[in-house]
Design a protein around this ligand. Sequence first.
Ligand code: ADP
Length: 310
Amino acid sequence: MIEATGLTKRYGAKTAVDGISFSIQPGQVTGFLGPNGAGKSTSMRMMVGLDRPTSGTVTIMGKPYAEHDAPLAVAGALLDAKGVHPGRSARSHLRALAATHGIPERRVDEVLEMTGLSAVGMKRVGGFSLGMGQRLGIAAALLGDPKVLILDEPVNGLDPDGVLWVRQLVRYLASEGRTVLLSSHLMGEMAQTADHVIVLGRGRIVADAPIDRLIASAQTDRVSVRAPEAARLAELLLRVPEVRVEHGADGSLTVEGVPAAVVGRAAFESGVELHELTPVRSSLEDAYLALTRDDVEYRTDAAHAFPPAA
Ligand code: ADP
């Protein structure tokens, strides 16, 4: 369990985290979402004592992280995968970490095995790819067999196999009753991985809800339609108040503002042949974009900065 109360962090005049309160539960995967600069990393750093709150508190298993006698058994974190000496091997890095924290050496082999790094354990970390570095960061986070895992962008730089592996790993760890918090800017991945999401915007909580409920809240009337006489159908539909019609490059129409039944009836009554009539379900991306539309600190030109949900 991770609990924050009025958690605030200011850097000079900049408020990175603005009085947030939340409770992250064990036994499920919680996702931290938000545009760049929303305060996700700062919040995660404060959880493990790498940054000190300006005011408010955050505790892990009931106490500030630094007050635990065996911190690595309480929480493991992947925050900055670059913080490893490049001349060291993965194994010696993990062995040093284990020795400092009184963790038995055999655990090093276990986490190398769990993260698929056994074969490269003796190689210099300086020669690692970004994905291997991420795996090593996850291995370090798992070293103390912690009850709580805090992973900042864990799938960054991983290939599709690695992304799937992280998903399966965090789902498994949560199923064992651990608390798992991960941030990701990949909406599709988050939708498939998290049970619950906390959305941050400009240092504040914009949403804190089960992922299904969040997606359902963004559900609008949207219907995908295919018809040989698409142009005629579009013209008919545009006579209905509040209806918007978008023409797809593949000849399909996306109709917004009315349910599929209304589109079907309009086509039937006008004798327009339909080849497809499909209600479009909202995605986590739709919900996310609706929630954070006003909270993007550095607005990019397009929503395309966030790949579509799978
Ligand atoms: P996120 O992880 O959601 O992208 P961050 O927590 O990294 O957001 O940053 C939140 C805000 O705080 C940003 O505006 C960022 O520029 C600012 N910030 C983060 N760390 C520092 C720092 N060490 N000094 C000054 N400003 C910082």
